[in-house]
Design a protein around this ligand. Structure first.
Ligand SMILES: Cc1cc2nc3c(=O)[nH]c(=O)nc-3n(C[C@H](O)[C@H](O)[C@H](O)COP(=O)(O)O)c2cc1C
Length: 327
């Protein structure tokens, strides 16, 4: 696979979302046109120590033509061992996480903390390119708002080491997941690595057609990664790729039901329903449901209770952010 075919022009990519992008989640996105998706981030340490558990996170559906796997970690030995474990499976690419801001990751010097130590980050990235049999890519945040130079330095270093694609989240570690996205710095990265002929994917703040078009224009990147905008809203793939209209209430119900049913089939009812509550809450967000109805979702313990609750779903108001199409 050469670098150009990893992500073709105009690719719209579902971001890795820890705790979310399992197989049922990706299937839901794929039903609406998503092609490029990632399994849940795998921690190199847990992959090295309990490979079965780590690999379960990266289970691939037979129908999935493209699936990226992402690893986070800073310890060279664990990174090497996680490559060996992942090499036994089939993935479209291995992505190195240099952007995770979560305390338990940053505390260990991994994720966004590693991204800031450019020399060490490059050393670990080189190791992945040596041990992985998959094309290796990286996802990182901008390193500072002040100037593009540090972020560009990291990006060029990664490109020189043979990165097959770079995803830039236009926020810093301190910004976490909110606030303005620095498309200008993403653009500077794109220009700086142009000579390596690898795709640069812009990430941050895409939640609808306008924010998508703005990020494409301001970053100069045709390839976009979407994260929070896809949470509870797999229809965003149809909207951005095919100008598909939003779902009717019935279409929405069918999608939520199918998604949760697939979780039950994969994890068993008890475990699935525990995990599904946060997913259901995301589906409810911004759609005009009353607080009382949304709160009841936290109490759903069985699939039968869930189905009964879903049948009764009816928005109390027309939402401005994620309105239903009138069916
Ligand atoms: C719940 C959640 C989990 C995330 N998990 C990961 C992850 O495992 N790996 C990663 O690279 N980024 C992760 N991210 C960051 C997103 O991939 C993305 O970079 C970020 O949310 C910015 O994009 P957005 O503005 O479209 O949401 C996560 C974000 C959220 C909200």
């Amino acid at each position: 696979m050469n670098s150009e075919t990893i992500y073709p022009e105009n690719a719209l990519i579902l971001a890795p979302l820890s705790g979310f992008t399992d197989l049922p989640y990706r299937r839901s996105a794929r039903r609406h046109g998503c092609v490029f998706a990632f399994a849940e981030m795998v921690d190199a340490a847990s992959l090295a120590h309990t490979p079965e558990r780590g690999l379960a996170l990266a289970a691939r559906g037979e129908e999935e033509e493209f699936l990226g796997v992402q690893v986070v970690g800073a310890d060279p030995e664990w990174l090497k061992r996680s490559c060996e474990e992942l090499n036994a499976r089939e993935f479209s690419l291995l992505d190195f996480n240099l952007g995770c801001p979560v305390a338990k990751v940053v505390k260990k010097g991994a994720g966004a903390a590693l991204g800031r130590r450019i020399d060490v980050a490059l050393d670990r990235f080189r190791l992945l390119t040596q041990y992985s049999r998959f094309p290796v890519t990286a996802k990182f945040r901008i390193l500072t708002h002040d100037h593009p130079a540090p972020t560009v330095e990291l990006a060029v270093g990664l490109a020189e080491l043979g990165a097959k694609a770079l995803t830039v989240h236009g926020r810093t570690l301190e910004d976490f997941y909110t606030g303005p996205v620095r498309a200008d710095i993403i653009s500077a990265v794109r220009e700086a690595v142009a000579k390596y002929g690898i795709p640069v994917i812009a990430n941050g703040g895409v939640r609808d057609r306008k924010t998508y078009d703005d990020l494409r224009r301001d970053s100069g990147c045709s390839r976009i990664m979407v994260a929070q905008g896809a949470m509870g809203n797999p229809w965003i793939f149809g909207e951005l790729l095919n100008d598909a209209p939003p779902p009717t209430l019935d279409e929405w119900k069918l999608e939520v039901r199918t998604h949760v049913a697939e979780m039950v089939a994969l994890y068993g009812e008890n475990s699935a329903m525990r995990q599904a509550r946060k997913i259901i809450h995301d589906y409810l967000k911004g759609r005009g449901f009353a607080a009382e109805f949304r709160n009841r979702a936290s109490l759903l313990c069985t699939f039968a209770e869930f189905e009964k609750w879903l049948d009764a779903a009816h928005p109390a108001a027309v939402s401005a952010s994620r309105p239903f199409r009138r069916g």
